[in-house]
Design a protein around this ligand. Structure first.
Ligand SMILES: Cc1cc2nc3c(=O)[nH]c(=O)nc-3n(C[C@H](O)[C@H](O)[C@H](O)COP(=O)(O)OP(=O)(O)OC[C@H]3O[C@@H](n4cnc5c(N)ncnc54)[C@H](O)[C@@H]3O)c2cc1C
Length: 82
């Protein structure tokens, strides 16, 4: 993350690494939110609980600004030349 931010600051656009980072962050975020919801049990599932909202919001990272599948397509094209 820091290395990508530094490169961005140097006016570089490391698209492969940015796509890899977005893919990873989305996956980690949803895993963390899922673990947190599990920890709260049935109450965590209920719409009125804050963790339920966080759980749903965490999914947006894997959809908005380019879905996971689109990130994988970019990585395949730019890093692997597929
Ligand atoms: C709360 C929210 C806020 C948003 N805010 C903004 C915003 O401010 N500005 C903005 O521009 N957009 C915004 N969006 C739109 C968002 O960027 C799109 O929802 C996102 O790009 C996915 O497009 P889509 O919904 O049309 O899904 P689709 O493109 O229909 O995709 C549906 C599924 O098919 C998969 N898919 C699509 N194409 C391929 C492919 N070539 N290969 C493999 N799989 C594929 C996708 O990965 C996904 O799983 C927002 C969306 C939400 C939910």
């Amino acid at each position: 993350m820091y290395s990508i931010a530094e490169r961005w600051d140097r006016d570089e656009y490391p698209v492969t690494e940015i796509s890899m980072a977005k893919l990873l962050v989305g996956r980690v975020t949803t895993q963390v939110a899922d673990t947190c919801l599990q920890l709260h049990g049935g109450m965590g599932y209920m719409a009125e609980s804050g963790i339920s909202r966080y759980f749903r919001d965490s999914r947006l990272i894997r959809i908005g600004g380019g879905t996971d599948e689109v990130m994988k397509e970019i990585i395949a094209k730019t890093a692997l030349g597929l």
